[in-house]
Design a protein around this ligand. Structure first.
Ligand code: CAA
Length: 258
């Protein structure tokens, strides 16, 4: 696929944004390619996804500024919607998605990482929302996900000042879960994907949905959502397998996603 590579490795897969000469900036074609790659993910066998950028310098350096530079208001809104629809799809994708942030994660790049469930960063990662310095707002969810992830005060500081933060600061404020050397980043992301893949996929999927859907609503509704999803795991082969193994003091057999 043009600007996006897809590699399935047993029960997890790696998606690489591959437009290295533009630091993996997101033009319309990259967004379309990414959407099509997601169409092809076999969620019956793939239990976790990793998204990263090609090369050692950049995860994604934002939406494509040369493409955006001549857009009308209507085209700008449509471009924002295209990115937002895709990122929401990633956020609600039925398996966990790990962002392996290997360098610049600016604008749409920071926003892409925030649409993922978990962010792991290389030491050279740089996060920021430079949009207001370019005369626009963040357009792929940055105004919404940053405030939810790191809190309103710090998020507004980043959004209004365009200041870039490094990987250690991103770790300190909870924007990323862990920081690795560039060499260690992908092995760590793959290890985490494998760890997720070993657990019961129906339960992992329901847990993601409960966490995501619950965040959209009040606590009473949220725990009712959880109760429903909790119930949905019972009578599955995987639930029987997991609990029987515990009671018999042994490891569960490999989960079958049934
Ligand atoms: N759009 C288009 N092209 C980009 C790009 C972007 N966001 N980021 C980098 N590139 C291109 C550069 O134009 C350059 O192309 P040429 O070789 O053809 O000149 C190439 O990638 C390499 O970039 P630099 O020469 O600038 O590399 P550098 O190491 O000197 O700087 C950088 C790296 C600090 C990341 C710098 O490229 C930069 O500031 N990029 C823009 C970052 C940005 O502002 N992102 C936000 C975009 S707006 C957005 O994302 C809106 C939204 O929310 C949807």
């Amino acid at each position: 696929m043009g600007f996006v590579k897809y590699e399935q490795k047993e029960q997890y897969a790696i998606i690489t944004i591959d437009r290295e000469k533009a630091l993996n900036a997101l033009n319309s074609q990259v967004l379309t390619d990414l959407d099509e790659v997601l169409n092809g993910v076999d969620v019956d066998t793939v239990r976790a996804l990793i998204i990263t950028g090609a090369g050692a310098k950049s995860f994604v350096a934002g939406a494509d500024i040369s493409e955006m530079s001549s857009l009308t208001k209507e085209q700008g809104e449509a471009f924002g919607k295209k990115g937002n629809d895709l990122f929401r799809r990633i956020e609600t994708f039925p398996v966990p998605v790990i962002a392996a942030v290997n360098g610049f994660a600016l604008g749409g790049g920071c926003e892409l990482s925030m649409a993922c469930d978990i962010r792991l960063a290389a030491e050279n990662a740089k996060f920021g929302q430079p949009e207001v310095g370019l005369g626009i707002t963040p357009g792929f969810g940055g105004t919404q996900r940053l405030v939810r992830l790191i809190g309103v005060g710090k998020a507004k500081e980043m959004l209004y000042t365009c200041a870039q933060i490094d990987a250690q600061e991103a770790l300190r404020i909870g924007l990323v879960n862990a920081v690795y050397t560039s060499e260690e980043l992908m092995p760590a992301a793959e290890k985490m994907a494998q760890k997720i893949a070993r657990n019961a996929p129906i339960a992992v999927r329901a847990t993601k949905k409960a966490a995501n859907d619950g965040l959209q609503t009040d606590m009473d509704t949220a725990i009712a959502i959880e109760a429903k999803l909790f119930g949905s795991c019972f009578e599955t082969e995987d639930q029987r397998n997991g609990m029987t193994a515990f009671l018999e003091k042994r490891r569960p057999d490999p989960y079958q996603n049934k």
